[in-house]
Each structure stands twice: as structure tokens, then as C-alpha cells.
Design a protein. Structure first.
Length: 68
């Protein structure tokens, strides 16, 4: 489940004091299968490195994909 994965990842960010949005997005996308990485990089706020909005875009995309 993507939501649980994101929550666990964010717990590790908090534990280790990770606040850099670029690193947080890289950590999140490094766990995506290569076939989906292109799609992930086209989501809202990926290029701007706005982690909070990117995370929400990822969640919405995941929900939309699984409801097909």
C-alpha cells in the first residue's frame, strides 16, 4: 500500500532529521519500479521539488490507477 509506504518513509525522515525536499522526493521515487518511474516524474510538483504536494499527487494517482 502506497500510503503505508509513504508513512514509514516519513517516519524515517523524522527519525534521521531529513528535511531537504529534493532528497525526500529522490528517496520516495527510488523505490518505484523502473517501468513506472517516467510516469512518477510527470506528476504535479516533481520538478518543483515540493514534497508535500508531490506526495499528494502520488497518492491520488495510485488511488486512480487502482480504481480502474
Amino acid at each position: 500500500n502506497v500510503t503505508n509506504f509513504i508513512l514509514r518513509l516519513e517516519d524515517s525522515f523524522e527519525t534521521y532529521g531529513v528535511t531537504d525536499n529534493t532528497y525526500r522526493i529522490q528517496a520516495l521515487t527510488s523505490n518505484v519500479k523502473n517501468g513506472y518511474l517516467f510516469d512518477i516524474k510527470t506528476l504535479d510538483r516533481y520538478k518543483e521539488r515540493d514534497y508535500d504536494l508531490f506526495r499528494e499527487s502520488l497518492r491520488k494517482e495510485y488511488i486512480a490507477t487502482n480504481n480502474r
